[in-house]
Design a protein around this ligand. Structure first.
Ligand code: GLY
Length: 372
């Protein structure tokens, strides 16, 4: 199968996202032209290291590139000050200089953390993203948002720092647990819902076969998602406007993630899927979209086997009022008002500033009651 390349057009900071099979095995050849000396520092996590680091090392070695690697513990708790300090100091110990390249090899946690370490190391070194989860391939590795979590919340400390290259190897998706793949799918479906009705139609037709493992369908889904993200990022890199559309489903998601303690009761992409369904329901109640739209969204998510409803979350959840309060702490709050991404139809989302809180509360109340 041929490879796809999507350009993220950002002037002097433009870069390519290369998408295809076998890209890790070819990483050395892909990265070599970007190097000014044949040395790279790779940061990954223990899970990815066990599965894929050997393949990456071999491909770098084949090009005569010396690799030095650091592994961090897997999971969201690594995305904080402790591992940031560890990574930056390790990079300094490895004598990584401004002209060198750091490789972020892993999912969203590794990409965000290593991207941020690269942004602040010597006031900014180049980095390459090799995303190994569906979520990272379609969302977090593209667009230059990097950062860490603090006691005050998620992603509140960070920087926009664009990678120099992204290599999305479709083959690595086969090593993901089904639940992780489907969680990443929440971000894929988001692109259809926010701006491409034809892509949503395509996902309705091909989503289940794609989830079952068809590499060609997976490559197309990743490519189309990245194309959409690249277009939005190149028009609005620092989220002054249009980029906020990428937060479809995220206001609900962040409240639910907080309510479940960022535990594996709810993975981020699962929260996005539930949040998208709720955002369409809210849009319908506001008279913005047809009744059919939220039903279609929910039916598709159900067919894919992802989480769809609050009843798909195990264990207790706080009441509607408390969930609403958690939304109020979201960093997407502007001047104390809740911002929601709502939709006029599938493929036509927009940012709404003045959603009546009572309506959101009523929606959450009903969704909570449906849990029984
Ligand atoms: N994940 C949302 C964004 O990159 O803007």
């Amino acid at each position: 199968m041929s490879r796809d390349t999507v350009n993220v057009a950002l002037g002097a900071r433009s870069y390519e996202v290369r998408i295809g099979q076998g890209l890790i095995a070819q990483a050395g050849r892909q990265i070599a032209p970007a190097l000014r000396r044949k040395k790279v520092a790779v940061i990954t996590d223990d899970t990815v290291a066990a599965l894929h680091l050997m393949a990456l090392a071999k491909s770098l070695e084949a090009e005569g590139i010396v690799m030095t690697a650091l592994t961090i513990p897997p999971g969201e708790s690594s995305k904080g000050w402790e591992q940031l300090a560890r990574c930056t100091e390790w990079l300094l110990d490895q004598k990584i200089e401004r002209r060198d390249v750091v490789i972020a090899f892993g999912g969203g946690v590794v990409g965000d953390l290593v991207g941020f370490a690269s942004a602040i190391l010597r006031r900014g070194v180049r980095f390459v993203q090799i995303p190994t989860t569906l979520l990272a391939q379609v969302d977090s590795s593209v667009g230059g948002k990097t950062g860490i979590n603090t006691a005050q919340g998620k992603n509140l400390v960070g920087a926009f720092h664009q990678p120099s290259l992204v290599l999305a190897d479709i083959d690595v998706l086969s090593s993901l647990p089904v639940r992780d793949f489907l969680a990443g799918y929440g971000e894929v479906v988001k692109y259809g819902l926010l701006g491409d009705a034809a892509f949503f139609d395509w996902l309705e037709r091909h989503g289940p076969a794609m989830a079952s493992g068809d590499a060609g369908l997976r490559q197309y889904a990743v490519k189309r998602s990245v194309e959409m993200k690249a277009g939005i990022v190149s028009r609005d890199e620092t989220e002054e406007g249009e980029r906020a559309l990428l937060n479809l489903g995220h206001t609900f998601c962040h409240a639910l993630e907080k309510a479940t303690g960022y535990s594996d009761r709810l993975l981020h992409g699962e929260g996005v899927a539930i949040g998208c369904a709720l955002a369409f329901e809210l849009s319908q109640r506001l008279g913005l979209c047809s009744q059919e739209a939220p039903s279609r969204v929910r039916a598709h998510l159900r067919a894919m086997g992802t989480k769809v409803d609050l009843s798909d979350i195990q264990g207790d959840l706080p009441g509607a009022e408390a969930l609403l309060a958690l939304m109020g702490q979201d960093k997407k709050v502007v001047d104390g008002r809740l911002r929601f991404v709502l939709a006029r139809s599938i493929g036509d989302a927009f940012v709404a500033e003045d959603v009546p809180p009572d309506l959101v509360k009523a929606l959450l109340s009903e969704a909570l009651q449906a849990r029984g």
